[in-house]
Design a protein around this ligand. Structure first.
Ligand code: AMP
Ligand code: FES
Ligand code: ZN
Ligand code: ZN
Length: 304
């Protein structure tokens, strides 16, 4: 098959809208879509300092690549989670991705910082649960300590659709009140704004864009089999997408329109300053300081 716009052979068949595109026209299409997401949801202003959090995987690598290509002022942060070989490999990918892009990369290693890696703590909590809280805290505190305006993650359309689907199926309506392409700043700047530039592109499109740009990335799943259920929801949505192209994007856009329905469910409890670190917390001590048993705040300021 030929490209819809030129004589070159097709590189990819898109299902929604249905068309064949060559490599060059696919890249153009993908970049236009991400640019439109950034504009539509006002994710970024031109001269803001952006911290892209890179896991070594495809989504965050593509996020860094495309924001750099658009001319944004980006720097990257990788968190080495201390999950043996998996984390070593992931860090290696993150280092090579950033080197190729020519952007600064900071690395925070959980084992060096907190004594134990993810999976190495004796607790009843599943690894992915305290992994999530640890990552979110470090992204935010690192950005705050170093004066970044915004944190960009690699979440794509499939991640968002499966998150919403999962939380609807379980009626976790409190989580449905605050999802979206942008989480605004708050708490006197101590909650740094978070954005998801790949919000409207599918995982399949991200894989194709990475391939077209020679971006190498970690393909293995985390050994803690993070979110086995998330993968199941993704599969169901993919089956629906195949039968009815457009299912995922229409589901997510519909959610954004109706999100207000869940807002009454937002927990009204006031945030206050964590007694240990001073960051926003719903209790006296925040979940990060509590889980890791901290007695003084962590300082992520990068020494010049
Ligand atoms: P996940 O929760 O693993 O699906 O990851 C969602 C996003 O969080 C990724 O696209 C990255 O932007 C970021 N992220 C996940 N793990 C790491 C990590 N170890 N270091 C830095 N950023 C990460
Ligand atoms: Fe966090 Fe696997 S437990 S990435
Ligand atoms: Zn073409
Ligand atoms: Zn704290």
């Amino acid at each position: 098959m030929k490209c819809k716009f030129c004589d070159k052979p097709a590189f990819i068949k898109l299902h929604y809208p249905k068309m064949y595109l060559c490599e060059e026209h696919f890249m153009e299409y993908f970049e236009r879509k991400v640019k439109r997401t950034i504009e539509r949801y006002r994710l970024l202003k031109p001269d803001e300092r952006v911290l892209v959090v890179v896991s070594g995987g495809k989504d965050s690598a593509v996020t860094a690549h495309i924001l750099k290509k658009f001319g944004y002022n980006i720097e990257c942060l990788h968190i080495n989670l201390g999950i043996d070989e998996y984390s070593k490999k992931s860090e290696g990918y993150a280092v090579r991705q950033c080197k190729k892009l020519g952007v600064p990369l900071y690395i925070v290693r959980v084992k060096e910082l907190l004594g134990k890696g993810i999976g190495g703590v004796r607790t009843r909590r599943p690894a992915c649960s305290y992994c999530g809280l640890t990552k979110r805290y470090i992204f935010n505190k690192f950005a705050y300590d170093n004066g970044f305006n915004v944190v960009a993650t690699g979440h794509n359309l499939d991640d968002e659709a499966s998150f919403i689907f999962n939380n609807l199926m379980n009626w976790n309506t409190q989580y449905l009140a605050k999802q979206g392409p942008v989480t605004p700043a708050g708490f006197n700047g101590k909650l740094v704004r978070r954005i998801k530039p790949l919000y409207e592109v599918t995982e399949r499109e991200v894989v194709a864009y990475a391939l077209a740009n020679g971006i190498q990335y970690e393909m293995d799943e985390c050994p803690h089999a993070r979110g086995a259920t998330t993968l199941e929801w993704k599969e169901i949505l993919n089956q629906m997408e195949e039968k009815r192209p457009g299912t995922k994007i229409n589901f997510v856009k519909g959610y954004l329109k109706k999100k207000g329905l869940f807002e009454v469910e937002l927990c009204e409890s006031e945030l206050r300053e964590c007694k240990i670190c001073g960051m926003p917390s719903s209790g006296e001590v925040c979940s990060f300081c509590r889980f890791w048993g901290l007695e003084k705040p962590m300082d992520f300021r990068v020494k010049e």
